[in-house]
Design a protein around this ligand. Structure first.
Ligand code: NCD
Ligand code: ZN
Length: 354
């Protein structure tokens, strides 16, 4: 075996971070947090609980609970976010920053996705708060989809760019903005051509799958997420962005566990559970694009750079090895979550002594 081949069968990278993660609360949180804590140094924790995390006090309690659930993995640090509402005052941003535990604020357009009913109905109502965030350097994480009934679900991200994102960025040119879980060539172009204040996360599932994987040969509820999977040309554009080496693009799994019964339903919830094999799934996507050498930058360097943090100080090792994903994982309380690739193969494996 040539040395080139062997180096491609085993790679060592700086420990990654997950810049977009849902861990829920209660028993589900306890069940899912360790999967991320095992492999990531940090994770940006989404605030879309019921009720949503709208105050620093709530975020503190939530962080404590996550830290207890990840006590076996003391290297892991949950980075907390606040859920932006029409009525969040600028003073909450100051309190958030002074607390030292809030890393970002999340904007859900009202009605866009899971637990977004309390989200923003009109971005103009938040301008004083956004002004404060810009002044203090607190990033805004944006779920970039419009919610109008008359906009086709496959066009909602593009419409959001035209109707909302462009204006937002013009009005707040020095606000740090992460365009979350981008799914289209349009969003990748938008981020590429915006200033360095604008970055994006990309999920592993949007790098690996297109909408055929959800709809051809039978409807696949476990491949349904928001923003919904798009056509192949968009997937290719996302891969190109992820492997480009451009520091604006980084890892954010959007791992979003729902119970089997809430997914396999006449009105199934949106979200895929990928945290159990996050870096392995990204490794597959980068490998398929012959770009394993770009994985570390995307998974471990670009995110900290954007957030003004140091990269993690330790490393993890991945090797090319097939393994079969369990059919389900426990969510506690007799619930299970069906993971991405349930009963199927993943081609990369983390070497587990680290
Ligand atoms: C997320 C969830 O379930 O909380 N679902 C999803 O499909 N990604 C919410 C979100 O990020 O849109
Ligand atoms: Zn999400």
């Amino acid at each position: 075996m040539s040395s080139k081949q062997s180096s491609l069968n085993r790679i060592q990278i700086i420990r990654p971070d997950d810049w977009h993660l849902h861990v829920r609360d209660g028993a589900s949180m306890k069940a899912v947090v360790p999967y991320t804590a095992k492999q990531c140094g940090r994770a940006i924790i989404m605030p879309n609980l019921t009720p949503p995390v709208t105050s620093t006090e709530q975020a503190k309690a939530y962080q404590q609970a996550i830290l207890s659930a990840s006590a076996q993995h003391p290297h892991f640090k949950p980075l907390m976010t606040l859920y932006l509402t029409d009525s969040m005052p600028p003073s909450e941003i100051e309190a958030a920053l002074n607390s030292g535990i809030i890393s970002a604020v999340k904007l859900y357009p009202a009605g866009a996705t899971t637990n977004s009913d309390a989200g923003v109905t009109d971005i103009k109502k938040c301008y004083a708060t956004l002004e404060m965030m810009q002044k203090l350097g607190l990033p805004l994480l944006v779920h970039g989809e419009v919610t109008h009934q008359d906009v086709d679900i496959f066009d909602r991200e593009k419409q959001f760019i035209d109707q909302r994102m462009s204006g937002l960025i013009n009005d707040f040119p020095e606000l740090k903005v992460v365009f979350e879980h981008i799914t289209t060539a349009d969003a990748a172009d938008f981020v590429n051509t915006s200033s360095n204040y604008v970055a994006a996360t990309i999920t592993a599932h949007h790098l690996l799958m297109n909408r055929n994987d959800m709809l051809v040969g039978g409807i696949k509820p476990h491949h349904y997420c928001l923003p919904v999977l798009k056509r192949e040309t968009h997937r290719q554009a996302l891969v190109k962005a992820a492997i480009s080496g451009n520091q604006k693009f980084f890892m954010g799994t959007d791992s979003a566990p729902h119970s089997q019964q809430n997914k396999e339903s006449a009105c199934g919830c949106a979200g895929m559970f990928t945290a159990f094999a996050a870096i392995e799934l990204y490794a597959e996507a980068f490998d398929a694009a012959n770009a394993l050498d770009k994985l570390e930058q995307f998974s471990s360097l670009n995110g900290p750079l954007f957030y003004g943090l140091e990269a993690n100080s330790d490393k993890i090792t991945l090797q090319r090895e097939k393994w079969t994903v369990p059919d389900s994982f426990s969510l506690g309380n007799d619930d299970v979550v069906i993971p991405l690739r349930a009963g199927q193969t993943i081609h990369w494996k983390r070497v587990t002594e680290n």
